[in-house]
Design a protein around this ligand. Structure first.
Ligand code: ZN
Ligand code: ZN
Length: 370
């Protein structure tokens, strides 16, 4: 057992509190990782705001980079203590049907960490291991399958983004939709996941990459990340897309925002044979309406994309390669860097919509150690 500092969420809609908590030692097929960087993702904020059910107290944070500090006894792994890794929430047993099929995001295996949280308060009260990781902390204990080794020269703040937002955005384009050259793509929502999807569509050679966001600064960013057009959703989007694309609507529409109205709006932007790709996850209980007859008549598809249908042990190294080749911009996606004590400020910055990714460095005491 180790004592660590962590940002604990005790109840919905409250500030996180920085506390010393207990972290259990890793057991078989588990590792302890020292957290270098943990980015704040909108899923963390949805839990903090009570939008999804979870047991409190909880430590959130799941977009993580760090170094292996300890490997559980009898664990067979190629990882060594000191290796830099990206940690994601995707945990695989390697034995179930989903794992056999390569569907990492749908693993049904029951591992020890599904039953037991490795973190407790100093008084012995259970703390939920938020999003399988609890990365808003100096150290974490996770299943070995959640750790993917990355090169030493990849800065830790960039690496963290590969754990969720960037992997999800690129994965929705490469894995879920399989966008090809000449496809016309629309990306609705230009936060971290949306900007990653825009970069992915550009890398895939899409004919047009049309970004949609109500915020002017986000539309401006979208153009910098490779969008060919950036539209305000208050405009007549159908008409504008048709005028861009020779009278046709889009082949793919990626909904990367959790705003409920974005889903039905995005469906209307699709050409016959087109696919709506649902990437952002709205709060519990949000419903959308479709005309199923029209979807059938237009031969359209609706695709769910959990974490970009990613297989982290394949997808993270391939994203590192894109970064090495200069095709994937990670640097510009890190908007600001905070120490653990400043995490509420970082969350506020993410809520404001003014930022792409705020990253917390739990083992650094100074702001912006970039
Ligand atoms: Zn996330
Ligand atoms: Zn499995």
């Amino acid at each position: 057992m180790t004592l660590i500092r962590a940002a604990v969420c005790h109840e919905p809609n409250s500030d996180l509190t920085i506390e010393e908590i207990e972290l259990a030692s890793p057991e078989l097929d588990e590792v302890r990782v020292t957290v270098d960087a943990c980015a704040i993702c909108h899923s963390d904020i949805t839990y903090i705001d009570g939008g999804w059910a979870i047991e409190y107290p909880v430590v959130l944070g799941h977009e993580i980079s760090g170094k292996v500090a300890e490997i559980g006894p009898h664990t067979e792994t190629e990882l060594n203590v000191g290796d830099p890794v990206v940690v994601s929430l995707i945990r695989t047993c390697g034995l179930c049907l989903a794992c056999e099929r390569g569907h990492d995001v749908a693993c049904t295996g029951k591992l020890r960490l599904h039953e037991t949280s490795p973190i407790r308060t100093k008084a012995g009260e259970k703390i939920t291991h938020g999003l399988n990781a609890a990365g808003f902390a100096e150290e974490i204990v996770v299943h070995i399958s959640q750790c993917v080794p990355v090169p030493e020269d990849l800065p830790s703040t960039f690496a963290a983004l590969l754990g969720c937002g960037v992997m999800t955005g690129l994965g929705s384009v490469f894995n879920t939709a399989k966008v090809g050259p000449d496809d016309v793509t629309v990306v609705v929502g230009c936060g971290g996941v949306g900007l990653a999807a825009i970069q992915g569509a550009k890398i895939s050679g899409a004919k047009f990459v049309i970004a949609v966001d109500p915020l002017e600064n986000k539309r401006h960013l979208a153009l910098q990340f490779g969008a060919t057009h950036a539209l305000d959703p208050t405009e007549d989007l159908e008409k504008m897309i048709q005028s861009i694309n020779d009278g046709r609507l889009a082949d793919f529409t990626f909904v990367t925002t959790a705003a409920p109205e974005a889903v039905s709006m995005s469906m209307k932007l699709l050409a016959p044979m087109g696919s709506l790709v649902l990437v952002g996850m709205p709060e519990d209980g949000i419903m959308s309406e479709f005309d199923p007859g029209l979807i059938a008549a237009r031969n359209q598809q609706i695709l769910g994309s959990k974490m970009g249908t990613s297989r982290p042990h394949f997808d993270i190294p391939s994203k590192v390669k894109l970064w090495t080749e200069g095709k994937l911009n990670l640097e510009k996606m890190v908007s600001s860097v905070y120490a653990l004590d400043e995490i509420n400020e970082a969350i506020q910055e993410m809520r404001s919509g003014s930022t792409i990714r705020a990253v917390v460095c739990p083992n650094s005491t100074k702001k912006d150690p970039k």
